[in-house]
Write a protein that binds this ligand. Sequence first.
Ligand SMILES: [Zn+2]
Ligand SMILES: [Zn+2]
Length: 358
Amino acid sequence: MKKNRFSIWFLSLGILVFSCTKTSTVRIASFNSPASITALSCSSVSFSSSATAGKAYTGTATLAYSGGNGAEYSIGGSIPSTGITGLTALLQSGTLTSSTGNLSYSITGTPSGAGTATFPITFGGQSCSFSMLVGSTSGTNSIPAPYNKIYGANSLSFDGTFITIQTSDLPDHQSCYYPTTNVLYQAFTGPTVNGNTFKQNPNSILSQTITIKIPAKPAIASSHAATPLGIMGIALNGVPFFNQYAAGGVALTSEINGFDQYYGHPQQNGMYHYHLEPLYLTTIKGTKSSLVGFLLDGFPVYGPQEADGTSPTGLDNYHGHTHATAEYPNGTYHYHVENTAPYINGDGFYGTAGTVSQ
Ligand SMILES: [Zn+2]
Ligand SMILES: [Zn+2]
């Protein structure tokens, strides 16, 4: 009995000493704590402007973090690019928020060639590498400007006939389908497309290896092929477009209540995709009349409105028509997304589709 009392007394003293030590550590930390975060998303990177081989570049890379500790941080050291060399990234000073926020890196220099410049970064206890596409200027093989708007691709190249686009298909926006440990995970905030109760599917977004080849000079096809199940095009953020059918060619009725707040969802193998208007591109990154991507036939896809805010008129069976747009001042055939089935385009491809490998 006596022994027990002594033990309890001793234990209490221990806890008291430990509490005091802990308190004083916290006090010191709040005055001068180093920046710390719990996650850093290099796949979320976006750039203020695009770079071209051999031309001086000045711009800003922005990428997301989560779990910041509120600390201030100062300008970082120079990080030289690898792969395509000649560029340098420099962390800009700032103050971390206590939840999610963005880091900014200024990027300067002259890229050594066309391809991918990679910057390995370490910040607040986290590391990752972000990549920047450097476009080519060489003669006939410079990528036509509209296709350079595909900012979410890992690489873009042009052989004079086809644009080759490689993507990991990791959306640059928040989704309830990212694993909860991902900085871009966010619980569903609704509402669903048709106002029904949200029903999350059991799949999670996983990195893919997708290569798409689309003709740089799209042309009308003599017979208009139906769009396939699976990838039928690509959005500017590197996410594939799917048509108006679910697996097995059935209507989307059962899947539509599971679309996240930007109208996308992953299938069983983790491939995230849009069957409907890609809301992140028409409401956050752009407007209802913005270019949102391309179908495999190379023709561009625009949001549900024209530049003046009106609804498109004279659409054909494929949801398309021809006139000048911001990206094609001389005019082009283009699709418009609509808010009823078949949504992204109409009854098949207007032109001859390129290829997909994965
Ligand atoms: Zn689907
Ligand atoms: Zn139009």
